[in-house]
Ligand binder design. Structure first.
Ligand SMILES: [Zn+2]
Length: 165
């Protein structure tokens, strides 16, 4: 099952990105129909989770986790659609295997098909995840500026609620 999931994972990721961009476009359209002065201003709520069962590490500052995921959930409509997601991961089986064989491999991106996007010695950053979600929404709003919105020039602006500590 994992092999089959790996075969279609890129397609599923692409479909999910298209779907989230469509949801963002629908939120902008709802704002436009409501008569908002700036319909592309979308309120979102962010939350994150880590793959750790403890709140802190006894050996280092911060979470004792190798992955962190954050979702951007729109708050403009009652649907509360997920319009963006981001993942920070230090996990790379290929990199670990190569290091075990004696190769000088430092992920991320140091070899083909690297699955890590964060250095294994760096901390996971909610600020970086929030910035990534903002970047995604900015490109989605730009991408979703369709003529269906009566030619309105949509400024890519995203309001972010402060994250609860
Ligand atoms: Zn790697």
């Amino acid at each position: 099952m994992q092999r089959q999931a790996k075969m279609v994972s890129k397609e599923i990721t692409a479909l999910n990105k298209i779907d989230m961009a469509e949801k963002t476009r629908q939120v902008v359209e709802v704002n436009h129909l409501r008569g908002d002065a700036n319909p592309s201003t979308i309120g979102i709520a962010l939350d994150g989770r880590y793959n750790s069962t403890s709140f802190g590490s006894a050996k280092k500052p911060g979470m004792d986790a190798s992955q962190g995921m954050s979702l951007g959930i729109e708050t403009s409509t009652p649907k509360k659609w997920i319009v963006a997601r981001t993942l920070q991961t230090k996990l790379c089986w290929t990199g670990a295997w190569l290091r075990g064989k004696g190769y000088d491999v430092n992920c991320p991106g140091g070899h083909p098909d690297c699955t890590a996007n964060t250095d294994r010695y760096d901390g996971l950053s909610e600020q970086a995840m929030g910035k990534n979600i903002g970047d995604q929404l900015t490109s989605q709003v730009f991408w979703s500026s369709t003529p269906r919105l009566t030619g309105t020039v949509l400024e890519p602006k995203v309001l972010r609620r402060p994250h609860k500590p």
